[in-house]
Design a protein. Structure first.
Length: 222
């Protein structure tokens, strides 16, 4: 397959265009179950990246993979889920006008192939973890509604879905298991940056910390 040409998306951050190396994203032709609109239309980036990296499983194996958001980790005994998480640089915007960038944005993925009668279902669920604004939430609280949704950069979405597809290949298609976090995550490669961000990180306002999935925690294993 010929690699996609470099594209530039119209999504802006601090007046800079965000690069996106896959074909330009486009909205789904029909509303997908479980999906709500995301800021800046970022749901189209998640859906387009997923279609791009998971299309070979359909053409090569006849497996049509689906992607759907979830609020809680799924449970199943008969058809258990594989679980992984991915660390990324994200941004938050509060209604009080406060904005900040976090090096500890997390997404958790759950994926499996299951059989129901004569049908095969290949499915992925995912959850984006938020953070609380220190100005609007000065006290410690366990209220899930106080966590702000993260604004993911398109290139981070692309990297996360690429990493997910590699784990799916390792689990179901005879590929080699990847590292828990690929080396392309630039901000993890510098010890100085990692140490500095750890000092300023408030675990009481990090949803991923509440789930035990932040930087100091281990990723889910397959």
């Amino acid at each position: 397959m010929k690699p996609p040409s470099q594209q530039v998306s119209p999504v802006q951050s601090k007046h800079l265009l965000i690069k996106w190396s896959l074909p330009p994203p486009s909205p789904a032709p029909v509303a997908l179950p479980g999906w709500n609109p995301m800021p800046y239309g970022l749901e189209t980036f998640w859906q387009s990246a997923f279609c791009w990296f998971f299309r070979p499983f359909l053409t090569g194996h006849g497996h049509l993979w689906t992607l759907e958001p979830t609020q809680l980790p799924p449970l199943s005994v008969e058809w258990p889920w594989h679980s992984i998480s991915y660390l990324a640089k994200v941004r938050f915007q509060c209604k009080c006008k406060r904005e900040w960038t976090s090096m500890k944005g997390r997404v958790a993925f759950w994926f499996r192939i299951r059989r129901q009668g004569e049908e095969i279902f290949s499915e992925v669920l995912f959850k984006l973890f938020g953070q609380k604004c220190s100005s609007c939430n000065p006290s410690v609280s366990v209220d899930e509604s106080e966590f702000l949704p993260p604004l993911w950069y398109p290139d981070e979405i692309e990297n996360a879905v690429r990493f997910l597809s590699g784990q799916v290949i390792a689990a179901y298609y005879g590929g080699r298991k990847m590292n828990d976090q690929p080396p392309s995550v630039r901000f993890q490669s510098s010890k100085t940056i990692s140490d500095r961000s750890s000092v300023h990180h408030d675990a009481t306002r990090c949803q991923a910390c509440q789930y035990g999935l932040c930087l100091t925690s281990q990723s889910f294993s397959i």
